[in-house]
Design a protein around this ligand. Sequence first.
Ligand SMILES: NC(=O)c1ccc[n+]([C@@H]2O[C@H](COP(=O)([O-])OP(=O)(O)OC[C@H]3O[C@@H](n4cnc5c(N)ncnc54)[C@H](O)[C@@H]3O)[C@@H](O)[C@H]2O)c1
Length: 260
Amino acid sequence: MVMGIIEKFRLDGKKAFVTGGARGIGKSIATALLEAGADVAIVDLDIAEANKTVAELKDIGPKVFAAQADMTKPADVEKMVSTVASEFGELNVAFCNAGICLNVKAEDMTYEQWRKVIDVNLDGVFLSAQAAGRQMIKQGKGGSIINTASMSAHIVNFPQPQCSYNASKAAVIQLTKSLAVEWVDKNIRVNSISPGYIGTELTLNSPSLKPLIEQWTALIPQHRLGRPDELQAIAVYLAGDTSPYTTGSDFIIDGAFTCI
Ligand SMILES: NC(=O)c1ccc[n+]([C@@H]2O[C@H](COP(=O)([O-])OP(=O)(O)OC[C@H]3O[C@@H](n4cnc5c(N)ncnc54)[C@H](O)[C@@H]3O)[C@@H](O)[C@H]2O)c1
């Protein structure tokens, strides 16, 4: 019997982790993976928030648990991946999403501020993708790694200054392509998602960014921020068996912001 396209999107039996999964985009993607049938580990620095999210999501999916890890610490990341693999039996999907943004003018930025953003957004994605890749190589069955980049990898946001963020996200896309090519013979696909302005804690509750929302929405052709749930379908597509020929790609989802 031929499997129809909707059934192909199901993720039953897949084992996943989502970093930065306690809230915002990560929480929304974790929800979608669970709804599609995957088991999901919610990985975050903020374990209290991650536990709250698990309590909210536990009735949706087969299995969900919280794990604390700082993505900038190699030992934390390795421990997290081995916990996920032993809890679930294996790892098939890694969503490397934890990220931060600092809005500081280049001329005023301290080296520590620069490093902090690069550490979380670039080193953190590398460490989590590397640890996931190692586990998938050991299992010998391939897998899917999805990294969160940003439209800021493609354009320079205005008026807020954020050179470290923009540079880190551009690097995430080139890292994604590099890993996709390195691991193509291991059947590990690596792709990235580049969201435009999405309404989350990062944007809606940041004292420096909140006053800019009106200005941004005037510039976005759709004249609104995106919602985290508007990124769910692409994540499910990339995670599962509907996308075997999709690797090394970046998907911009931004209400046409980068078109103008
Ligand atoms: N919101 C947007 O407009 C937007 C647009 C483009 C890209 N992004 C990217 O999407 C991702 C998620 O953004 P969001 O808006 O949901 O942000 P958010 O601030 O709402 O959530 C980020 C989560 O990551 C966790 N985190 C931060 N540093 C961590 C670390 N070192 N280790 C583990 N967890 C850590 C936080 O505790 C938080 O739960 C980020 O990579 C961000 O750059 C966001």
